[in-house]
Design a protein around this ligand. Sequence first.
Ligand SMILES: [Fe+2]
Ligand SMILES: [Fe+2]
Length: 170
Amino acid sequence: MKATVLQSMNQQINAELYSSYLYLSMAAWANSKGYKGIANWLQIQSKEEYAHAMKFYAYVEERNHTPELFAIEKPESSWNGIVHMFEQVYAHEQKITALINNLYTLSLKEEEHATSSFLKWFIDEQVEEEATVCAIIDEIKLAGEVGPGMYMIDKELAQRVFVDPTTTAE
Ligand SMILES: [Fe+2]
Ligand SMILES: [Fe+2]
């Protein structure tokens, strides 16, 4: 891989690990506020982000390079309510989408065809990630942050189980 592409791939490993860390921090906060189901959903989201990081990591190795790990930034630890927190999830996913798009553009510019092909999975994944979070925000806004509607949503998000997204659906 060209040095510029490799550097960006290593930075993306860090960005995915930061996502994992951010969602774990959100899980801890949600749990402390009594939103056990949302905390479960966020813990699983955190695991998914770790799996994303590992998908980049494995690809770097497959291309015969050594992944380089950078310091992970300290995430925020409190939010102004559950809607605010999910809006931050959405904003963060949009940032990640932009990073993936930039990486894809770079791979095209550098004529790194294998890397362009590899990145397509992430382009599709980001569409799903943004849509899922938008749907949750809509539901919570309809239900309100407290009360029976929120109780139902929390119960629903408690049902989520971890399925490694990188080993299913191609
Ligand atoms: Fe991710
Ligand atoms: Fe994500």
